[in-house]
Ligand binder design. Structure first.
Ligand SMILES: Cc1ncc(COP(=O)(O)O)c(C=O)c1O
Length: 440
């Protein structure tokens, strides 16, 4: 390897060695974060940091003000209701009507500690409703923490990479799992972390139809709510709407995070939205764990109670205020986060002009949207090796290998922390990389 790399070769090499990891390219997000922090400190050079999906924008003022007001009015001393404060439930129900065009009673719109708690609680409850169904099917690539949650819970899961099963092909692939009879729930994120694929209406219809046929609960993770920027999803109550499986089945739970769409990650305030139908359903097998067979009741007074007895009070007021402003047309949250899409378009161009390829590049026949993440590869490299090599050039990412993707040549790049002033640096570093790794 050439040693005139943009970041001091010897420092990078010794810091990589210091991690003790057999293959640094296989490191978790947090391990890469730690390593790059150390190299930045040792060299005084800033990286193009694409490893972690943290919001890179300011939260809406209306949320912060509402939290301050709530704290000053004394909520800190009071236990919140487990299911969430009434105004949040009301605005959440309005929000899903306005931006998804679905009707859900406020009762089924629950407050959770981030969407991480929503998925954890959903796994616990949904996967215990039928003794014969104990397995979650994950449509990969996926957010690795979901698999970690299932492992921590000791629950079974199966997974497949959707890359070769888009469109009509998804039907047979999904059914090959569901017909075995052991699948209780299906989880995917849409738009997808890490690949940024978005399921088409046809694909969502397939998922919904099969969920009905095999009585499976669909766990739809909308962590990047309304962030498919190919269509204008910003107008409350007007089409087009964020796509959702809720149009095709009543067996659904939606996770709506405020972390990215509202840049509110620090306050851990999210929503779990359970369809009216599922909320009211009765499953005798729930009685093995809960005092009742009611699904919604078990979720709230069984699972959420046991996990954290509700969500911190003031962030619920913050989220309520932001949802209300969005519902009333006073806060265009989509316009704010569109910045990520614009950054992605420029960054993808810089990568592809310098020999890189976009790995997940299509939704059926449509080019992929530009958004929070994109995926890259470079001829002749496996992803884990590419990640390690790029560290010498001041560029960090994570390997697709750790996301269940079969595209092991790929890396996930997150645009959120990259400022436009860094684009010139990125271009210079990519050019150097290409010069040192010619392939034509
Ligand atoms: C797909 C996906 N789901 C869930 C989360 C976590 O969301 P929250 O911060 O609301 O817990 C993330 C965060 O990166 C994510 O990418």
């Amino acid at each position: 390897m050439k040693k005139d790399t943009p970041i001091d070769f010897n420092v990078v090499e010794s810091e990589i060695r210091e991690t003790g990891l057999e293959k640094v390219g296989r490191g978790t997000i947090r391990e890469i974060v730690r390593l790059v922090n150390r190299i930045e400190k040792a060299t005084g050079k800033k990286y193009i940091r694409m490893e972690m999906g943290v919001p890179g924008l300011e939260p809406a003022r209306v949320g912060i003000d509402a939290e301050i007001k709530a704290l000053e009015s004394g909520v800190a001393s009071k236990y919140p209701m487990i299911e969430g404060i009434a105004p949040l439930k009301k605005e959440a129900s309005r929000f899903v009507k306005n931006f998804l065009n679905i009707d859900v009673d406020p009762e089924g719109c629950l407050s959770t500690v981030g969407s991480m708690q929503a998925s954890f609680a959903a796994f616990i409850t949904a996967n215990r409703r039928d003794a014969g169904k104990d397995t979650t099917l994950l449509i990969d690539p996926c957010f690795p923490v979901h698999k970690q949650q299932l492992k921590v819970l000791g629950q079974k899961f199966e997974a497949f990479d959707v890359y070769n099963h888009r469109g009509e092909k998804l039907y047979d692939k999904l059914e090959s799992y569901l017909k075995k009879g052991n699948i209780s729930s299906i989880l995917y994120s849409n738009p997808n972390n890490p690949s940024w694929i978005c399921f088409t209406e046809k694909e969502l219809e397939i998922i919904g139809e099969l969920a009905n046929k095999y009585d499976v609960v669909v766990l739809e993770d909308l962590a990047y709510f309304c962030m498919d920027f190919r269509r204008d999803l910003s107008k409350p109550g007007e089409p087009p709407y964020q796509s959702t499986v809720a149009n095709f089945t009543d067996n659904y739970i939606l996770f709506i995070s405020s972390s990215k769409s509202f840049s509110y990650a620090g306050q851990r305030s999210a929503l779990m939205v359970i369809s009216d139908h599922l909320f009211g359903r009765r499953f005798p097998d729930l009685k093995r764990y809960y005092s009742t067979d009611g699904f919604g009741y078990s979720m709230v007074y069984g699972t959420l109670y046991a996990l954290s007895a509700g969500t911190s009070h003031s962030p619920q007021y913050g989220l309520t205020a932001m949802l209300k402003a969005a519902n009333d047309g006073d806060l265009d949250f989509v316009k704010i986060v569109r910045e990520y899409g614009e950054r992605a378009a420029i960054m993808k161009k810089l990568f592809t002009e310098n020999g890189f390829k976009i790995v997940y590049d299509k939704d059926e026949d449509k080019p992929l949207a530009d958004g929070f993440y994109f995926t890259i590869s470079y001829p002749g490299f496996e992803g884990v090796d590419l990640l390690e090599k790029l560290l010498y050039y001041g560029i960090s990412a994570i390997s697709l290998d750790i996301t269940g993707s079969e595209r092991t040549e790929g890396l996930r790049a997150c645009v959120s922390q990259i400022r436009r002033e860094q684009f010139a640096d990125l271009e210079y570093r990519l050019k150097k990389f290409r010069e040192h790794h010619p392939f034509e």
